[in-house]
Design a protein around this ligand. Structure first.
Ligand SMILES: Nc1ncnc2c1ncn2[C@@H]1O[C@H](COP(=O)(O)OP(=O)(O)O)[C@@H](O)[C@H]1O
Ligand SMILES: [Mg+2]
Length: 243
């Protein structure tokens, strides 16, 4: 995992002036904005190769994209520039970087490393089961709508416990025979959210939103873990930031 030794000048000689400047930039965070096809990803990959050619370790680089397709493109373009060294970099989507972090350190927050990841169909199936058990009118409150509300909570980093408290509800996950007050959507959502998380935990599973939310929780509450990644990643690149 040593540095890539090539002539750094080869990495910039076919760039325009502005691109060259961005590749060589030294300093605090840099945001590059330019039109589609103008060479942003090219700058980003050259910059990473430039750092490697100057002795930075591939394992200290984290390159994040928003889609699997963009991550694959970045990985291919970097492999073409720096060879097998590209394998030692983290080149991934936000979600897959979270999976990696949680598999390594999730046990710190009670997540076993072999956890499975529910996709949307898995989540909808679970919501249907819960709805049936709680006698919820699933024609009125569709799994999609309920999952959307749960997703909103998670994106706001609101836990199921907070959500139950917010609606003044004393539901205990796993409780049998609970009657949700009719017509109170917020209470219904809170109860289903609580039960959904309970059953995910019993199945040692997480959903897509949990990947982000639990990683935030891990990094915010476990200083030894956040310290590890702060030390490991000296450079963080985000492509397709506009998305
Ligand atoms: N200075 C340049 N000289 C030659 N080709 C370039 C230059 N800058 C960009 N390109 C080419 O233009 C295309 C689009 O570049 P890319 O980095 O994917 O753009 P963006 O990420 O901004 O959409 C690529 O094929 C890239 O190799
Ligand atoms: Mg691009």
């Amino acid at each position: 995992m040593g540095p890539v030794l090539c002539d750094p000048q080869d990495l910039i000689k076919d760039l325009n002036e502005q691109q060259m400047k961005a590749v060589k930039y030294y300093g605090q965070a840099l945001l590059i904005g330019a039109g589609a096809g103008s060479g942003k990803t090219r700058v980003l990959t050259r910059r990473i190769a430039w750092l490697l050619a100057h002795g930075f370790w591939a394992s200290s680089i984290l390159a994040i994209t928003f889609t699997n397709k963009a991550a694959a493109e970045m990985r291919e373009r970097l492999a073409a520039l720096v060879g097998p060294e590209a394998e030692h970099m983290w080149i991934s989507t936000f979600h897959s970087a979270c999976v990696r972090i949680l598999r390594r350190d999730g046990k710190e927050i009670g997540l076993k490393s072999g956890f499975s990841i529910y996709d949307t169909a898995d989540s909808e199936r679970l919501i249907k089961l819960i709805g049936a058990d709680l006698n919820v009118d699933m024609k009125r409150y569709t799994p999609r709508m309920l999952l959307g509300k749960i997703s909103d909570c998670k994106n706001a980093l609101t836990t199921w416990k907070d959500q139950l408290k917010a609606v003044n509800c004393d539901y205990q996950p796993g409780q049998r025979g609970y009657q949700v007050g009719s017509g109170d959507v917020d209470e219904l959502v809170a109860v289903i959210y609580a039960e959904y998380q309970h059953r995910l935990a019993m199945a040692n599973a997480v959903d897509f939103d949990d990947l982000i939310m639990r990683t935030v929780e891990l990094l915010q509450t476990r200083p030894q873990v956040s310290e590890y990644y702060r030390h490991k990643f000296r450079y963080i690149f985000v492509d397709e930031y506009q998305d």
